[in-house]
Design a protein around this ligand. Structure first.
Ligand code: NAP
Ligand code: MG
Length: 496
């Protein structure tokens, strides 16, 4: 059977790319499995989508927010009804195990209902004036057309984090999903259409970063670019946005740390580290790629972690007995393998894994063995650079202060965690770790949609996604003064 062809979605209609080219979406667990052909679009398609979004903004911005939210409520219900099928399609295009793909869809459902509720809030402030017979308040204004550029590791959750708050705030969007996982975003956009999003409010253009992402960011009718992906691409997006002072929200890489103190419940810590390091095959921006362990329990911890890592069942994520799926693509496999060689060359001790898996049914996918490095020096590249694969570095430390110093000693600042039973140590670490997310007795992954999400330093440029913080991304404040005194009153002057 011929692979299905998926179109762009512009102004409520399917649209082929102007130059008539397509690209393939393949299953990373079995590259013989062709999922479909997607439009290999270019700047002219991006322009067309922005024009549609700009036109739609003229009416959408004035649709009452509770009515805009109705679209999200309906989308949330459709997503719930189709959760299983959407999750299966996601596992097939992205590789993460089915249970995690269900979680990815659930995150979109949660975000739909959370943001839909905001349709009846979107609270501003009312506040006294310093002058008599004068009224002061703040209201949120929509921004206009938002360009959304998303990565492949959360193919539905991350698009939902951006699209839903944008819509409830009254913005219109053009989304360019990652080329490795366009189907999940295509599904989400079509569900929004079914849920009643008017033509032009949500547009989808697939294609490469340079062919679509860059022209979207540069388009003069785009007011905001919300990007999640690598720090290198984020920097270039930021440079593209700067001359026109576009709002530019970046969520980028991580080098997250779990600290294990000698009083920790070691079994609990091992469970957490296994999930934090190898969940989603280590391809989470919040993945634990460094584990800093107090010397007294270092050997005991290492032995247990390595034993559990060796026993993980690797394979196609649709098989319910499988615990870890493949890497996303060949390039990522080579990049992970290269980091393993670098770690060995730097003198880190390879405890387990460290090689691709190519036997039997794994031969046609991008599988890599769960890899643990021990005796890692925090200055080594494997302890500093984002690897984005199932590779974790275990680093010995002399105590809490040393652990905090190592934990903060990287360019990124997304997520960190501590395992301890000492409440004083937990609170000190909470205060000292300069990361946007912090966990106690839980791994570095596991964010919930009603809390802000994002990081410091090279991870982000200051804002947060998700939670109520997302509203600050996708709207702007207008301060309103109403003077009903019938005379000129001058602020700061006529206040005596
Ligand atoms: P990526 O290569 O930076 O790609 C992200 C998105 O940007 C994709 O849609 C990509 O398109 C597009 N893109 C590429 N070049 C572009 C350009 N010059 N201009 C505009 N857009 C461009 O990142 P990735 O490999 O997909 O994702 C992994 C990275 O994302 C990791 O660094 C990870 O830490 C980060 N991440 C961060 C978070 C967070 O919230 N902090 C969450 C998830 C992932 P193509 O797919 O067509 O290349
Ligand atoms: Mg794919």
């Amino acid at each position: 059977m011929a692979a299905p062809i998926y179109c762009n979605f512009i102004n409520g209609r399917d649209a082929a790319s102007a130059r008539g080219k397509t690209f393939e979406n393949r299953n990373p667990a079995d590259t013989n499995d062709l999922i479909g052909l997607f439009q290999d679009s270019g700047p002219e398609d991006a322009r067309c989508a922005v024009a549609a979004a700009a036109e739609a903004f003229r009416t959408w911005r004035n649709v009452p927010a509770p009515r805009r939210a109705d679209v999200l409520f309906r989308a949330g219900r459709i997503l719930s009804e189709r959760k299983e099928q959407l999750a299966r399609e996601m596992t097939r295009e992205m590789g993460k195990v089915l249970e995690e793909a269900r979680g990815d869809v659930q995150e979109a459902i949660d975000m739909a209902f959370f943001m839909a509720g905001e349709g009846r809030r979107l609270y501003g402030q009312t506040t006294p004036s310093e002058l008599p017979d004068k009224f002061c308040m703040t209201v949120r204004m929509p921004l206009g057309v938002c360009a959304l550029i998303t990565p492949w590791n959360f193919p539905m959750a991350i698009p939902s984090w951006k699209i839903f708050p944008a819509l409830v705030c009254g913005d219109t969007v053009v989304i360019k999903p990652a080329s490795d996982t366009p189907l999940s975003c295509w599904n989400l956009v079509h569900i929004l259409h079914e849920a009643g999003a008017p033509p032009g409010v949500v547009n989808l253009v697939t294609g490469s970063g340079s062919g679509v992402g860059q022209p979207l960011a540069a388009d003069p009718d785009v007011r905001l670019v919300s990007f999640t992906g690598s720090t290198a691409v984020g920097r270039s997006v930021s440079e593209t946005c700067a001359p026109a002072f576009k709002h530019c929200n970046l969520e980028m890489g991580g080098k997250n740390v779990i600290i294990i103190l000698e009083d920790a419940d070691l079994d609990l810590a091992v469970d957490g580290c296994l999930w934090g390091a190898f969940g989603t095959t280590g391809q989470r921006c919040t993945a634990a790629s460094r584990i800093v362990v107090e010397e007294q329990v270092y050997n005991a911890f290492l032995e247990r972690l390595a034993g559990r890592a060796r026993a993980l069942r690797i394979g196609n994520g649709l098989d319910p007995s499988v615990q870890m799926g493949p890497l996303i693509n060949e390039k990522q496999l080579h990049s992970v393998d290269e980091y393993v060689r670098i770690g060995q060359a730097e003198g880190a001790r390879l405890v387990c894994g460290g090689h691709p898996l190519r036997h039997g049914p794994l031969a046609s996918g991008w599988f890599y063995a769960p890899t643990v490095f021990a005796d890692v020096d925090p200055r080594m590249r494997i302890a500093q650079e984002e690897i984005f694969g199932p590779v974790v570095s275990v680093i010995p430390c002399r105590g809490l202060d040393h652990a905090i110093e190592i934990g903060n000693g990287v360019a990124y600042g997304l997520s960190s965690s501590i395992y301890t039973r000492d409440v004083n140590a937990a609170f000190r670490a909470m205060r000292e770790m300069y990361t946007g997310i912090f966990y106690v007795n839980a791994p570095t992954i596991g964010a919930e949609v009603h809390l802000p999400f994002g990081g410091t330093k090279d991870t982000g440029n200051g804002h947060r996604e998700s939670g109520l913080a997302a509203l600050d991304q996708f709207s702007e404040w207008k301060s309103v003064y109403v003077d009903y005194s019938n005379r000129l009153q001058r602020a700061q002057i006529d206040t005596e």
